[in-house]
Each structure stands twice: as C-alpha cells, then as structure tokens.
Design a protein around this ligand. Structure first.
Ligand code: IVH
Length: 671
C-alpha cells in the first residue's frame, strides 16, 4: 500500500469507529452489532500495529489507557473555573432574578434550566479539534492535569466531529458514573473483598485520580458538557446556541433543558426536573438556572467566585430522623468487622429503611454515634442509607457508646487492624461467620454457581459441623445426607438436586474455582486473566510476586494478595482437598486435529502480558504448531507482544503474517 492510501485507510477507520462510538456512548443508539464494531476496531488495531509510525494520540485505539503516572501535574486554567452560588428556596431564586433585572434594567429575560449533575467538574481543551488537555477544577485557577485518564472515557471524543473544528475550544462539564454502573461496580468490589465506594461522586473523583490509566479505562465514567472556558469562536450568542454547538462538535450535553420567559416558569421547570430526578441515569443535586443571552451574561459579569448570570437551585436530599435501636457488627468473608445501625424502621425516598452501615469504627467514634441515639439519616446520593449525625441534644443519658471490639463478636477471637487500613479484622480463620461467608461466596452464581447452596443451607451445614471449608461440600457421608433429607424444608428431592449440582460443579473451568477461593482483590475477571496466563491454579500458586505483577491487568495489591494466600498452609490444604475431590485445577488441553495453527510455523516476540511463555508454547504445540525461535521465509505467523523489536521488522520485510495479542487470545479461545 502507498503511504497515502495507508493514511487514508487509517483515517477512514478512525472516523467510522468514532462515529459508532458517538452513536453508542453519546446517543445510546448503536447502528451496528458489537461484532461489526469489533471487526472494525481490530482492523484498525492491526493496521496501526503494522504501521506504528502512523499511530496518533487521538486514535480510538488509544482509549484503553496504559500510561502510568507517579503524580498529577498542576496546570493553570486559561480562564478561571468558577463555581455557582446556591439557592435553596423560591425566595432566594426570586432575589436572584431581582438582582439580574436591576443590573440589566430589563425585565424580559429568558432563562435556561438544566440539571445540576453531581459529579466532578472538568475542563477539556481541544486545539484544532484534537483533545489536548483535561484539567480538574482544582482551586479554580490551577487544576490537576488528568488528560491521560480523561482520554479513556468513551463518550468524550478525542477529536471533535466537524472537519473544520474551531482553533480553540475548551468544553467544561461534569464527569460522573451512572447510578446503575455504580451499584454494579460496588457489588463487584464487595465480591472481590474490596471496600465499597460511599457514593458515585466519590467513586468518580477516586477514579479520575488513579495513576494507572488502564485502571481508569475500566471504570464506567461518563461526561456531559454545559459551559466553556477559552474558545476561538466569537459567534456563540446564547446558552441554547452553546448547547447546540457542543452537540454539533460531538460532545454530550445534559438530557434536560428548558427555556423560560419568567421566573415563575423557571420554578415550574425546576419542579418538573425534580419530579424526574429518579429517572435520570446519573445523580442530580439540583437545577442550574442561567440567563440565556450571552450579551446579557457579559453585562452581568462575575463576582470573585461565581457568575452573576447563573445560580444553582439545590434539591433537598430526603432526610429522616429515627432511633438507633442497636449497633450490630457484621463479619465478612475476609474477616472485616463492619458496624451496622439497626434502626427503628422509617420511610425514606421511596423505601423503608431499617438498617444503615456505619462503615467502620473510626467513623462511629468521629460522629459520636451511640445506641439509643436519635439520628438523622439520609439516602446518600439517593442510594445507600447513611447515618449523618446523632442529635446530641435529644440524649437522656441512657445512650450506650460502643467501642472498637477487641474480640470478634462471632467467635471471640482477637481482632487486628492492618497497617494503612481502617478496617478491623477477625484473625480466626475458623470463625464460623467467616467460614459461612467463604462458602456462600464459593457457591455463588459468579463463582462455582452451585444453585440451591444458598445462605440458609450453608448456615445449617456449618452449624451442624458438616462442613467447614468448600472442600467439605464434596464429601458428605451417608449419615449426613440422611440427616439433611429429614430436615424441615429440605426433603429428598431437594437434597438429590443439591448433590447433583455439587457434582456438576466439579467440571467448572478452573477460573471459577479460583474466583470461588475468595482471595482478596481477585475478582472473576482477574481469575480468568490468571488462568489464561498460568493455565493452572498450582502454577499460579508457585508464581513469585514479580512474576504476577508483570501480568497485564494485575497490579501490586492483587499480586501481594495472591502471593500471601498461597503461602498460607491452611489455604494449600483446602486446595489439595479440592483437587482430591476431582475439581479441575488446570485448563483442559483440547486435542484439536485441525486448528488454525495445525502445521503452521510460529515465532513469538515481545512481551505477551497475557500468557506465560512456556504455557503459550505448549498450548501452540498442542494445537499442532511448530514454534521456532527466529523469523525466516518458513515462518507462517509472528506472534507479537509489546515492545517487539527486530523480529517484527524482519517479519514485515518478509511479508510474514502478524498476530497481535488480542487476536491470539481469540484464536486460542476458539481454536
Ligand atoms: S454552569 C461558572 N451548569 O456545579 C460556572 N455547572 O456548584 C458555570 N455543575 O462548578 C457552571 N451541573 O461543576 C453549570 N448544568 C450545569 C452544572 C454545573 C453541575 C457543577 C459545576 C460547577 C458546580 C457549582
């Protein structure tokens, strides 16, 4: 291909992919199937791999991140990033309107009403249409340069849509995590033994400040834009016109917008927005009212802190007062002790709330929360009930303070506080509650998927001393089975079904077993990655920490957790037991007569993060490939990882076909 046609092809693919990204992430109206999208994406990836000199930073392939920073640099805003004054009722809103008409000497003013999105403010600078820099608000004059992280956000274009983009365009808006994605993320974190985020905003802020952009790429961040910093276009004349222009440029704008001719209409629009609040995919904490006309905005100008042409109207988050009847302590799978407020049931934002997490003992002490206290509770970010404060004046002296436990409430074993953590943990591996939680996790849908082995049954089995670890469920004796059949609510059929499901689970793929072991920070996805790399749990168990860190997607925290887990004899014993019960610890080597690789000569080069070298070589040989060390005219395929060197050049010169890591994964999974 001539240089010109390569560039043309690359540009065509990028534009097409960007267009489909826009339809999917901004408009939520995809026009092609995932398969068609993946094919386009892979075609671009391949071409870029073949012609690395033509890779550009705004290419859609660069959205997966990869760059790691040691810290974020400060960078000055070209135009200060101000904040908004808040109002809380109609009087304050009317006072704002009166200030506006007084300055303008005009009472026919058009206002706009938009949602106030509860996320993290961002300013993104495009130069000649290309995303150059993304800054957080910081102190308003200087922000943190989070460009590499923002570039991973799917709904933010790396390049503005029009062919003749403005020379400078700073779009300002809000980064957020949709409510549904937030709940899912928290659930996953819980399953992985990680701390939950308190609300979507904290989660967004934490995600934007991650130093590893590949991690950021995995967070479900989204963004909308509603204002500007420096722009070279001088023709924008109103907020409405600005929102239209943002849309034309390919940027997402808020889902709700009203134009109002009077302050009464503004109030109506705000009420309408508030009534729709629950239906928004992201959290709103109010409405923003703006003078529509930019000439008027210019006359009104700014105070030191905020524009005089806009105001926020904050929605009340629904709160309620109730009494803490008790504070119980929950013990999790990894032994974490969490204080939970047992509340006198109270109706709040659509549901009856009778429990609220108090997160940890440090927080209980800081907020001075006692049993018997009247407390104010709130659905923090509309989702999780939280105890805001205790009403100290309402105390009568009968309230009871609780202190950080010294012993586990379930098994009385001493507790520890790990360095750098607030969590208090039960140290007893045999703690019945930990045992139960571990087995519940083992049998759960995402892990070994043993239907019917739910919470209640696990409780019964552990309490009867029938089981104390996952290995035991594969070893019931006849007496135990008879006993279970006679238990109330169980019966012959359900026990037979249970035993069948348990038996079936033995043939689960090893990643399910690995996930089921419940190693801290090892979720379903990392389990798959690890098995792909090592092919078996015993090989993983003997890996060094360095070896683990080298695997793509496995960070130091996960690596340490895995390393420590397998150095603990108790865990090795459980694994041994599971192996003896006939569970699959290794991926089957499928004997395939006619695979893609049969009779083909392959050479490996570069760092292949996904697979361990010898595992990969064996796998390829099993599929009939002849794996050799150097590229020649006899080579059919060169399999390239990162930082490939001279072998890649030679292969290109000889016209040897190249397989990248993603393609390799696909080919090995469907040989
Ligand atoms: S306009 C000069 N519009 O709320 C400031 N801000 O509390 C113009 N926010 O800093 C801001 N939704 O981060 C504007 N529709 C909206 C907004 C919005 C959320 C945030 C923004 C701002 C903060 C002020």
């Amino acid at each position: 291909m001539s240089t010109e046609s390569i560039i043309q092809k690359l540009d065509f693919l990028r534009k097409t992919i960007e267009h489909h990204n826009y339809l999917y992430y901004v408009e939520a109206k995809p026009e092609i199937s995932d398969f068609e999208y993946d094919s386009l994406y892979r075609e671009l990836e391949e071409l870029e791999l073949q012609y690395p000199d033509f890779v550009v930073p705004h290419s859609p392939t660069q959205k997966v991140g990869g760059q790691v920073l040691s810290e974020f640099e400060d960078f000055p805003h070209s135009v200060p990033m101000l904040s908004l004054d808040n109002t809380y009722n109609e009087e304050e809103l009317t006072a704002f309107h009166n200030r506006v008409i007084k300055i303008l000497g005009e009472d026919k003013i058009t206002y706009t009403v938009e949602p106030k999105i509860d996320g993290v403010g961002i300013s993104i600078r495009y130069e000649n249409g290309i995303l150059q820099r993304a800054l957080t608000r910081g102190n308003g004059d200087v922000g943190d340069d989070v460009t590499i992280n923002v570039k991973t956000i799917k709904s933010i274009p790396s390049r503005l849509h029009p062919d003749d983009p403005p020379a400078i365009w700073e779009a300002r808006g809000e980064i957020f995590i949709p409510k549904a994605d937030f709940l899912k993320l928290n659930e996953e974190r819980e399953q992985n033994g990680e701390d939950r985020f308190a609300n979507p905003r904290n989660c967004t802020a934490g995600s934007l400040k991650l130093l590893d952009s590949a991690e950021v790429a995995k967070r479900p961040l989204d963004a909308v834009f509603y204002t500007i910093g420096e722009i070279s276009d001088t023709t924008i004349y109103s907020q409405k016109n600005l929102l239209d222009e943002l849309t034309r440029l390919g940027l997402k704008t808020p889902d709700f917008y009203r134009e109002c001719q009077s302050i009464e209409d503004v109030i109506k629009a705000i009420n309408e927005l508030e009534s729709l609040r629950d239906q928004f995919s992201c959290e709103l904490d109010g409405a923003v009212v703006k003078v529509n006309n930019f000439d008027f905005q210019n006359v009104l100008g700014f105070t030191a802190k905020s524009p005089r042409w806009a105001i926020a109207y904050k929605f009340e988050s629904e709160k309620a007062i109730t009494t803490i009847q008790d504070i119980t302590i929950q013990v999790g799978r990894t032994g974490t002790l969490t204080p939970v407020a047992e509340l006198e049931p109270v109706f709040l934002s659509g549901t009856t709330v009778s429990r609220a997490t108090l997160h940890n003992f440090e927080e209980v002490a800081r907020k001075d929360i006692r049993i018997g206290d009247e407390v104010e509770i709130e659905k923090a970010g509309e989702i999780i009930p939280a105890v805001l404060r205790s009403l100290k004046n309402a105390r009568d002296g009968s309230e009871k303070e609780i202190s950080q436990p010294v012993n586990c409430p379930e098994c009385q074993a001493p507790v520890t506080v790990l360095e750098d953590e607030v969590a208090v943990r039960c140290t007893n591996f045999e703690c019945p509650k930990q045992v139960k939680e571990r087995i519940i996790h083992f049998a759960s849908r995402g892990a070994m998927d043993i239907e019917t082995l739910g919470e209640a049954l696990v409780e019964l089995l552990v309490d009867n001393h029938f089981i104390s670890n996952p290995g035991d469920i594969y070893n019931f004796n006849n007496d135990q089975i008879e006993h279970l059949k006679s238990c109330e609510g169980l019966g012959e059929t359900s026990i037979e079904k249970l035993l069948l499901k348990i038996e079936d689970s033995k043939s689960n793929p090893p990643w399910r077993l690995l996930f089921g072991l419940g190693i801290r920070h090892v979720g379903a996805k990392s389990s798959k990655t690890l098995i792909r790399h090592f092919n078996s749990i015993p090989a993983l168990a003997s890996a060094s920490e360095e070896e683990l860190i080298d695997i793509h997607d496995i960070g130091p925290v996960v690596a340490e957790s895995i390393y420590t887990y397998f150095r603990d004899e108790k865990n090795s014993l459980i694994l041994e037991k599971l192996k003896n019960c006939g569970l699959k610890l290794s991926e089957d080597i499928k004997e395939i007569q006619n695979s893609f690789f049969t009779g083909k000569t392959c050479v490996l080069t570069g760092t292949l993060g996904t697979y361990k070298r010898d595992v990969l070589k064996n796998r390829l040989s099993d599929l009939g490939a002849n794996v050799t060390g150097s590229v020649s005219t006899n080579t059919d395929y060169l399999i390239v990882g990162e930082n490939a060197g001279s072998k890649l050049q030679k292969a290109e010169k000889l016209g040897v076909k190249i397989i990248n890591e993603n393609e390799l994964i696909e080919l090995l999974e469907n040989p």
